[in-house]
Design a protein around this ligand. Structure first.
Ligand code: GEK
Length: 266
């Protein structure tokens, strides 16, 4: 039987420029790892990080704004009226801006969840005018409950969860999703080949340099992320998604060591 979403392509109007949140407009530059030794303390999503987060993520994640836009387009494609879009690890809520543009006047309901009070504070302040379509709540995504979802987005957040917690969360997401609903998952990944992983990591660091980070900043941040950001291999992510029950599972975007997956509950 054909899927509801496979019946035909919907053409939405051309999107406006993407990925700009009120926090991004504050223009705070990420200079957290400028000092030698600043990477000795393990990375945390605290007030200092939240204040510069939009600049940090835009300069650190390849094609970040494009991935946000694609996530919003996929959300529009799979959204079922009367259900919820959940954004797990929403940070400052950038995806909400893309969703508002993508849905236009169409009804939808979005909840962004993050366990960092500083991130949620910024997200809530930035999207006050968009309530009640857009809501945020503070919570640990491995513990908080979510139901009645047709779309779950989790961009660059599973990588911060304890490896053992990831499969259980995928099962919980699968259970929360309506039939024909989807999960959009983006992650920093490793390849099956350690050599290729090294090449991709080098290319990634070159991209960060082009985006204005010094070699020292890149090295300090890498130290701070040691044992905090734990990437899985691309194929491990796919296996986990399948194990949770998703089918089909597709990669909709990939750039070196960053990949975005579309996983459908069919
Ligand atoms: C974006 N998706 O802009 N529960 C809830 N939140 C968590 C947890 C947890 N257990 N662990 C980490 N976080 C966003 C970017 S950032 C990615 C996501 C990055 C939150 C954490 O507080 C942070 O806000 C987010 O996950 C990861 O598209 O910094 O590379």
């Amino acid at each position: 039987m054909p899927f509801r979403w496979a019946r035909g392509m919907k053409f939405s109007s051309l999107p406006e420029p993407v990925g700009s949140t009120p926090a991004a407009q504050s223009g705070m530059k990420d200079e957290i790892f400028k000092k030698p030794g600043s990477g000795k303390t393990p990375f945390e999503f605290n007030a200092q990080v939240a204040a510069v987060f939009d600049d940090m993520v835009a300069r650190s994640v390849p094609f970040y704004k494009e991935v946000l836009q694609m996530s919003a387009e996929l959300a529009r494609e799979f959204y079922q009226p009367g259900t919820e879009i959940f954004d797990l690890g929403c940070s400052t809520g950038a995806l909400a801006g893309n969703l508002l543009r993508e849905f236009g006047d169409a009804a939808f309901s979005y909840t962004g969840i993050d366990n960092s009070a500083d991130m949620i504070g910024r997200a809530t302040a930035g999207f006050e005018a968009a309530a009640p379509r857009i809501r945020f709540r503070q919570g640990d995504i491995t513990e908080t409950e979510f139901t009645n979802a047709s779309v779950v987005v989790s961009n660059y957040t599973f990588q911060f969860l304890r490896p053992l917690a990831r499969q259980a969360l995928l099962r919980k997401i699968f259970a929360a999703l309506k039939h024909d609903g989807c999960l959009v998952l983006s992650e920093k990944c490793l390849e099956d080949s350690a050599d290729v992983s090294r090449v991709f990591a080098d290319r990634y660091h070159a991209l960060k340099e082009r985006n204005g980070y010094s070699k020292l900043e890149i090295a300090e941040k890498r130290d701070a992320l040691e044992n905090v950001l734990i990437p899985f291999r691309v194929n491990e992510n796919i296996e986990m998604l399948r194990e949770a029950g998703f089918n089909p599972v597709s990669i909709f975007f990939k750039a070196y060591n960053f990949a975005s997956f579309l996983a459908v509950k069919s």
